[in-house]
Design a protein around this ligand. Sequence first.
Ligand SMILES: NC(=O)c1ccc[n+]([C@@H]2O[C@H](COP(=O)([O-])OP(=O)(O)OC[C@H]3O[C@@H](n4cnc5c(N)ncnc54)[C@H](OP(=O)(O)O)[C@@H]3O)[C@@H](O)[C@H]2O)c1
Length: 240
Amino acid sequence: MRPKIICHMVSSVDGRLLVERWTPPAAGIDADIVHRTYEQVASRFEADGWIVGRTTMEAYAEGTARTPRALPGNLRSTHAADRKGRDVAVAIDPHGKLHYGQDNAGGDHIVAVLGEQVSDEYLAELREDGVSYLFAGPDGHDLHRAMDILGETFGVRTLLLEGGGRINGAFLKAALIDEISLLIYPGIDGLAGVSSIFEYVGGDDEKPAAGRSLRHLATDTLDGGVVWLHYGVEESAVSS
Ligand SMILES: NC(=O)c1ccc[n+]([C@@H]2O[C@H](COP(=O)([O-])OP(=O)(O)OC[C@H]3O[C@@H](n4cnc5c(N)ncnc54)[C@H](OP(=O)(O)O)[C@@H]3O)[C@@H](O)[C@H]2O)c1
């Protein structure tokens, strides 16, 4: 069974997601308010880990491409390395672009979700780093398959989907989001075209959220005037 997936994000009041572009907190409000409230709310869900897109995971991938010391046989099936009881940090990286150099991101055990076309050398490098991996079909875009493996092989029950907008959009289109947990920071971006929390890449006639409706579950005003909105994602009663 696949894990429950909660999309947990923070945005400006204009729905943008690049934190470094937002106006600063009002006088007297802690500069760390975004990070602190985001982590406080994340801990409420008691999740088994988090998922991000390849671009967002780049901030944690500290290795460089290298030739592995050995090339063991039988590399091309799900590899569960020693998790040591840690939460999982899942990177959706279809082409195997990320080089980790370690087995964790912020202390959580890395699981790479890959396309089947990645090389044996890359898989051997991940094993040397102590990173787990699994395959999401030939092009690495079969998110349902990836989530099923995380549930069945890694025993993951609840995951926080933490961006960026493009991977959130792909999960939305695949109808894989069960809840949305959104913090609204009292700041503004203001520029046209900056990413929002869902950025599905598709044609003008596509509606990636078609067939879904949001049910309000909770609202909370947090430190510094950050507002938390919590929704369940349901099948729509009427077609859209
Ligand atoms: N405000 C927040 O809460 C928050 C949270 C997280 C991130 N962020 C910010 O968001 C920015 C990154 O967002 P992003 O949208 O550019 O990148 P992203 O969603 O982190 O990663 C996108 C990449 O994921 C890979 N991918 C795998 N499967 C995919 C699929 N089915 N559809 C689309 N992409 C798929 C692709 O990698 P390939 O190109 O290798 O194919 C794609 O380029 C960063 O600046 C980060 O700081 C903000």
